[in-house]
Design a binder for this molecule. Structure first.
Ligand SMILES: Cc1cc2nc3c(=O)[nH]c(=O)nc-3n(C[C@H](O)[C@H](O)[C@H](O)COP(=O)(O)O)c2cc1C
Length: 296
């Protein structure tokens, strides 16, 4: 594959294989790894591999339509690109390229708090796209509530359509590959949305810089009651990312969430957590159509 300069990847696994040849070990491992023994990372994949369809025959498929509506916004294809931090590790255009590609394909994009391009730059990148882009902002609640509030206000002012609060990462999952590589951002690359503090500010010789960032900057004490605070300062619809159980899904709806993302963070947080696909039907049944449900 690598010897042919004209090789065109046809599927995501081929992109992953190419990435392993082009990225530094540290960047590739950051993108590809899961927490601890990576059991949940493998389970996520296995759950999709084991899922079987029961196709219905003799249906007129001469016209096909994959459009869907999410929080009132029409998507050409039922997909939003999950929030992923540090996209400049893969390409200097980073999150700007992702935003342009998402808009061109008519799918949505969720921008990570830990992006390497700013909220405003990313909004600008897809500003004049047609159909109009669907950008959501993913929030991590920091110990510094002023910083957190400023992120919400900036996302709202820049036209993001929803606030996606990640609830499965009060502490960072122990990612052994990152720890072994002493994961850190190359010089010149930074957390574009966080001016007051950055990765590496509390550098440790034994941990990845991301692990240390979470430990010192993010608030591990957040509970359901903090959703009231978030909603009191945010004009955007709230999406909860990281729900894996029916009771939490019901609580999310009661707390005002307008959509739920069934997710275990790609196996990067709690190793041993249920594969998100296997938790999907429980959540869908529990919310009974009252909110939109996504899965990753
Ligand atoms: C490289 C990488 C970085 C990620 N960064 C974030 C992040 O900043 N915030 C977040 O909520 N989830 C983050 N995630 C988790 C993803 O949003 C998503 O839940 C996970 O990758 C599973 O979805 P997928 O199967 O579409 O990759 C990250 C995942 C990857 C692979």
């Amino acid at each position: 594959m690598s010897n042919n300069p004209n090789f065109q990847p046809l599927n995501l696994l081929e992109y992953e294989s190419l990435a392993s040849q082009h990225l530094s070990q540290m960047a590739f491992d950051y993108y590809a790894s899961g927490a601890w023994d990576e059991v949940t990372l493998r389970d996520n994949r296995a759950a999709f591999d084991q899922f079987r369809l029961r196709p219905k025959m003799l249906v007129d498929v001469s016209k096909r339509n994959l459009t869907t509506t999410i929080l009132g916004h029409i998507l050409q294809f039922p997909l939003l690109i999950a929030p992923m931090a540090f996209q400049c590790l893969a390409n200097p255009e980073g999150e700007l390229a992702t935003a342009r590609a998402a808009a061109k394909a008519g799918v949505g994009m969720i921008l990570s708090t830990l992006a390497t391009k700013s909220i405003e730059e990313v909004a600008q990148a897809s500003l004049n796209s047609s159909p109009s882009p669907l950008n959501w902002f993913q929030l991590y609640i920091h110990r510094d509530r002023g910083l957190t509030q400023a992120l919400i206000e900036r996302a709202s002012s820049a036209g993001y359509k929803a606030l996606c609060l990640t609830v499965d990462a009060p502490l960072l999952g122990r990612r052994e590959r990152d720890q072994r590589n002493h994961f850190s951002l190359p010089s010149g690359m930074q957390l574009a949305n966080i001016s007051s503090s950055g990765l590496g500010i509390s550098h440790s010789d034994t941990e990845s810089d991301l692990f240390t960032y979470f430990a010192y900057q993010l608030d591990p004490s957040i509970t359901w009651k903090d959703l009231e605070w978030v909603q009191s300062i945010s004009p955007l619809p709230l999406v909860l990312k990281g729900i894996l159980r029916a009771d939490d899904a019901v609580r999310a709806v009661e707390a005002g969430a307008k959509a739920i993302i069934v997710s275990n963070h790609g196996g990067r947080q709690l190793d041993g957590a249920i594969a998100s696909l296997n938790a999907l039907s429980e959540v869908v049944d529990a919310v009974a159509g009252s909110v939109d449900v996504l899965v990753d």
